[in-house]
Design a protein. Structure first.
Length: 655
């Protein structure tokens, strides 16, 4: 039953919110339907407690995720899902996809957590069928949802100031201003500033294959400085049975690229400047009781300036200018109370210009059409979709290319018990991605003979989720998934020499077997709340292209067999203590799994202590963090040493 239809947003997706608060008006809609697709979530409270300053830092606590981190405050950070590569992972920011047709790499280090409310990871695809067509095409998706203004406290404006100081001369300042403009319209302005020298001590040791020491020294990481500004403006509006949102985003940075430490070279001359801007609009409305429509519009402009003044290499001074236009419409019809269907269409246009010699100047036009249906009946929840992708590339130098693909998916979730606290789920899905502009058209590194990459995913899992109103155990959850993926014509990109440049390989065929386990528990002992969270990932990702090669059935580069993390939080009155642990097992940095290419396991332990208090009618929060408590020497990427023990102090105020 709908208590207040005006201004309410009900999504005919089979995934309806049970209660919505809009300007003190409570909207009650149909009961929330159960999730069919496995998901992991980190909400605002937990994100604040973790030693995380960017979205990339937070993603380390998700199972099935591998993070590529090149070290330092300003180091580039990208993610990989279930060994299938960064390009198979879709990333949405407030419902609109983040794109980079140039190299397919989204540097998540540029997205601050200061105004992020929730991060959700879906394997396969989102449970809701009311989504853009492109969201059906990814092997997994990350949804970043920023904070929406809430004026239920009776105030018409909120202001939050936050400052941080830490190792590597890091200073970070951010502010968030929220203002109610009318009963139906509000706005939010978020801005941040970051500067750091990027210098930190590290211990560097290398052994010969026979075990003798090649060199063993302690040095200071150089050329890792960063200076960055971020501004984000949002407008929110409520309609009769609908809503709209406008967003403008700007990120400007200048950073040094310390590069790999090879051949006893400790300093590099590479620098990179980025000016990333985009504007996007989101319109969502119900038409009648059974039909809903959603429209998305986005324009993005990325300007990258890369300079290499290293005297040991040829000088480089190049600019890359990328444009993207994106239009999407999603429409869903509720055929029956427990059965709905959707039709979505996406149009995407990408263009890349550069001042390099003999550049191809590629332009890509993508059309995507999806049909999907979802049913939720008694003990069964099922979702099926079919995505048609049509891509055509035009280049000024070289050959034009075009491709079309059909990628189906089927998800089933069974709840054998009445209370729905336990479920068994399974899915099968095909996914597909086109090689990036860098893969195909870069004069020095591109490989026009690269084949498109496709994957077939199988997943079988179960979930237990119980809440308790009495006793010391308040919540317990356990998720288990076993999966098997096959990837054809897999493209692997890993750094070689210069960080901005990549070596591209078409491995041909990869078999991936894995297990993801996630467990959570909340315990209340008197006034002490204990929250625990742990995840473990096993992945066996083998190159099975050619039995004649020396690396046949070897683990692909940078994929550990074992990895995991654990979080323990203690909350007592105004105090919060948090301990987090991250582990990555042994792996190899080249195709051949030989001793020379072996990379040692690493782990880190981080601590934080937070205290909240009120003074002068202001809500204060003081926090101190100690990262890499045991000062372990480790590398996520070979020859890119990570910081040792370091400390950060944070102070924030809310008015």
């Amino acid at each position: 039953m709908n208590v207040a239809a005006a201004w309410a947003q009900q999504k005919k997706t089979g995934m309806l919110d049970s209660v919505q608060h809009i300007h003190e008006i409570v909207v009650v809609s149909k009961p929330a339907m159960r999730e069919v697709v496995p998901s992991q979530k980190l909400n605002g409270a937990l994100l604040e407690q973790l030693q995380s300053h960017s979205v990339a830092d937070a993603l380390r606590y998700f199972s099935g995720i591998q993070l590529k981190d090149y070290g330092g405050v300003g180091g580039i950070k990208t993610v990989n899902i279930r060994s299938m590569g960064t390009h198979h992972l879709g990333i949405s920011y407030d419902g609109v996809a983040l794109g980079n047709a140039q190299n397919g790499q989204i540097d998540l280090g540029q997205f601050s957590l200061d105004n992020v409310e929730e991060i959700t990871l879906y394997n396969g695809q989102k449970s809701a069928i009311f989504q853009p067509a492109s969201d059906f095409g990814h092997a997994g998706s990350i949804y970043i949802r920023t904070r929406t203004p809430d004026f239920s406290d009776g105030k018409s404006s909120h202001l939050r100031l936050k400052t941080q100081y830490g190792a590597s001369d890091m200073f970070r300042f951010s502010t968030l201003w929220e203002q109610r403009l009318s009963q139906r319209v509000s706005m939010a302005l978020s801005a941040g500033f970051l500067t750091a020298s990027g210098k930190y001590k590290f211990h560097y040791k290398r052994n010969y294959p026979d075990g003798t020491t090649a060199w063993d020294t302690t040095a200071v990481r150089q050329n890792g400085d960063i200076h960055a500004e971020r501004v984000e403006a949002n407008m929110y509006g409520q309609l009769l049975q609908g809503r709209w949102q406008l967003k403008g985003y700007l990120y400007n940075s200048s950073r040094g690229i310390p590069g790999a430490i090879v051949n006893n070279v400790w300093r590099r001359g590479e620098r990179q400047s980025d000016l990333n801007t985009f504007v996007q609009a989101d319109f969502d409305k119900n038409i009648g009781e059974r039909f809903s429509t959603r429209w998305l519009l986005k324009y993005a402009y990325y300007n990258t300036h890369y300079v290499n003044k290293d005297t040991t290499q040829l000088p480089v001074d190049n600019r890359y200018k990328q444009q993207e236009f994106y239009l999407s419409t999603a429409n869903v019809l509720e055929i029956l109370p427990n059965w709905s269907a959707s039709l979505s269409y996406d149009l995407k246009w990408n263009k890349l210009n550069a001042d390099t010699y003999n550049f191809a100047y590629p332009t890509r036009l993508s059309n995507l059409v999806s049909v999907a249906t979802a049913i939720d009946y008694k003990h069964l929840k099922a979702q099926g979709s079919l995505l048609a992708t049509f891509i055509s590339d035009h280049v000024q130098r070289g050959r034009d290319a075009s491709i079309s693909k059909l990628t189906p998916a089927l998800f089933i979730n069974v709840y054998p018990f009445k209370r729905n606290f336990f479920s068994i789920r399974a899915y099968v899905k095909k996914s597909f991605r086109m090689p990036t502009f860098n893969d195909l058209y870069y004069t020095e590194l591109g490989n026009a003979n690269l084949s498109p990459e496709s994957a077939l995913q199988y997943d079988l899992g179960c979930a237990l989720n119980r809440h308790f109103t009495h006793g010391w155990l308040r919540h317990v959850a356990l998720h288990f998934d076993a999966y098997y993926n096959t990837v054809h014509d897999k493209i692997v990109a890993y750094p070689k020499g210069q960080q901005f440049r990549w070596t591209m390989l078409n491995l041909g065929k990869v078999h991936i077997k894995g297990v993801d386990v996630e467990a959570e528990a909340d315990i209340m002992v008197g006034k002490l709340m204990v929250t625990t969270r742990a995840q473990y990932t096993y992945q066996d990702a083998r190159d099975v292209t050619d039995p004649a090669t020396s690396y046949y059935k070897h683990q692909i580069p940078y994929i550990p067999w074992h990895s995991g993390s654990a979080i323990i939080g203690l909350t007592y009155k105004s105090w919060n203590f948090n301990y987090s642990f991250i582990y990555a097992g042994e792996r190899y940095d080249e195709q051949e799994n030989i001793l020379y290419n072996h990379v040692e396991p690493w782990y880190t332990s981080d601590l934080s202590l937070m205290y909240r208090f009120r003074k002068w009618h202001v809500r204060w929060c003081a926090q101190i963090e100690l990262n890499n408590v045991f000062g372990q020497d480790y590398e996520v990427i070979t020859n890119y040493p990570m910081p040792g023990r370091n400390c950060t102090i944070t102070l924030s105020a809310e008015i």
